[in-house]
Ligand binder design. Sequence first.
Ligand code: IMP
Length: 175
Amino acid sequence: MLSEKVLSREQIDEAIERLAARLNAELAGREAVFVCVLKGAVYFFTELTSRLTTSVVIDFIQVSSYGATTESSGTVTLVKDLTVDISGKDVYVVEDIVDTGLTLADVIALLGARHPRSVQVVTLLSKPSRRRKEVPLDHVGIEIPDRFVVGFGLDFAEHFRNLPEIWEYVPQEEA
Ligand code: IMP
């Protein structure tokens, strides 16, 4: 069940505004490809990229994640691949949340093997206390404590992605 609102729409917008301003300052003259990690990052991705003032290429990748539990399995498989060539490009991987870091580490390795010029990570949320694999996070919106959250793209068993704010979700048996 939803227990408590963790981030309001205003707090989310403020974080995206801040990230976009930083990215706009460094994007000039770059051939950037923004990669949305489906499905969770999609709300963040559209809001972020629509605030960018230079033209960037966008693409989508999907890897398997949690399924219907709140724990990561630690192994990802590629569900949907990119359609553009990223070799020689500055790639920005856009994530909804970095928890253990296992998913992102795999995504970075996968994309890195295609010889991009650089790979950077932009994430709306980060749970640093849960990290099992150190991954370089270049642009972090908001750090949150170890709570399972849903809304603004984040799900529990595919539900709640469409909520406009971010809420804590507590599985029924723990509530
Ligand atoms: P990691 O591999 O543990 O870092 O988890 C990455 C993925 O797990 C994210 O892209 C999310 O899809 C999902 N995830 C991690 N924490 C949460 C959460 O609190 N709510 C919803 N999904 C989460």
